[in-house]
Design a protein around this ligand. Structure first.
Ligand SMILES: NC(=O)c1ccc[n+]([C@@H]2O[C@H](COP(=O)([O-])OP(=O)(O)OC[C@H]3O[C@@H](n4cnc5c(N)ncnc54)[C@H](OP(=O)(O)O)[C@@H]3O)[C@@H](O)[C@H]2O)c1
Length: 274
């Protein structure tokens, strides 16, 4: 089995550590780079020890380009402000990149992402769980199948320290539902993402946001008709699901031609959803 050398960007964070812990479940994966910010308090620490495991002989570094030189693919779970530089580094090194970081829409335009994807395989996944990838497909189908009289709302819950709201996954689910109805995101997504005052506009997709405790991630897309409701839900019980999905995405991305990819490509490829 060919070995795949992986760089983890954001290795000192919750997701970065989860990636280090689940990597041993993938015999073909070898972590060769562990990257944090240039000012990280974790620099020079062993990435295994940082993740609560045995030493793995990989020191945390702030030098992504150097880490990429000895890697086949990178996985980024860092901070939105870092995404631009991380994509640029992967573009410079001609290495495929899985971006799991969310909330960078204000920092990076679609045109910039497309330009990068012209040169490297770029998989952007606000949620790397395979269950959420399938949920997104089911939401698309429901959005197409149900008449516009069914109002669509996205309800999401996360831990108290989450920075962005609505979550990247909630936005992606709302976009999928809106596209299925032929609506542009600017038309469909509720401007009052934090909560609604007054009656809903026709076609609007609203958000309800819950923050508290250590909730890993819950998403429900509600299709509310007159006298009936359809709820499509996913609950993440453990960060490891995102880490496993991200590693699977990285393995899938390797050897693909440059382009924009998402988790739905993996679900389609693996299970012929149609
Ligand atoms: N796609 C998904 O399925 C999914 C799932 C969960 C979370 N997320 C997203 O993934 C991101 C990380 O989440 P988290 O919970 O792991 O956050 P976190 O615990 O705050 O970790 C983020 C880490 O990024 C590091 N970092 C900051 N700037 C960096 C830079 N320039 N280069 C490299 N590393 C840098 C920080 O480390 P230092 O301070 O040590 O540098 C920090 O430890 C967030 O955007 C979150 O919304 C996505």
């Amino acid at each position: 089995m060919a070995e795949t050398r992986v760089v983890i960007v954001g290795v000192s964070g919750r997701m970065g550590q989860a990636l280090v812990r689940v990597a041993s479940e993938f015999p073909q994966v070898r972590i060769t780079g562990a990257v944090a910010s240039a000012g990280s308090t974790s620099l020079s620490r062993d990435a295994g020890v940082l993740a609560g495991q045995a030493p793995m002989g990989i020191e945390v570094t702030g030098d992504l380009p150097a880490a990429l030189a000895a890697a086949d693919v990178a996985i980024d779970f860092s901070q939105p402000y870092a995404t631009r530089a991380n994509i640029a580094a992967c573009r410079g090194a001609r290495k495929p990149l899985v971006v799991g970081t969310t909330g960078f829409a204000a920092d990076l335009t679609e045109a910039e992402l497309d330009a990068a994807a012209g040169e490297i395989p770029l998989l952007i996944a606000p949620n790397t769980s395979l269950g959420v990838a399938l949920l997104t497909e089911l939401v698309r189908r429901a959005g197409r199948a149900l008449p516009p009289e069914f109002d669509i709302e996205v309800i999401e819950a996360h831990h108290r320290t989450k920075r962005d709201a609505p979550s990247g996954t909630a936005l992606a689910l709302a976009r999928a539902a809106g596209e299925a109805r032929g609506l542009a995101p600017s038309e469909a997504l509720s401007a009052t993402s934090g909560g609604r005052v007054g009656p809903r506009r026709d076609g609007e997709i609203g958000f309800a946001i819950v923050r508290g405790g250590d909730i890993v991630g819950e998403h429900t897309v509600l299709f509310a008709g007159l006298g009936e409701e359809l709820r499509l839900s996913h609950r993440a019980g453990d960060r490891a699901i995102f880490a496993r999905g991200a590693l699977r995405a990285a393995l899938w991305l390797l050897g693909r031609p440059p382009g924009r990819y998402g988790m739905s490509d993996i679900v389609h490829a693996d299970h012929a959803l149609g």
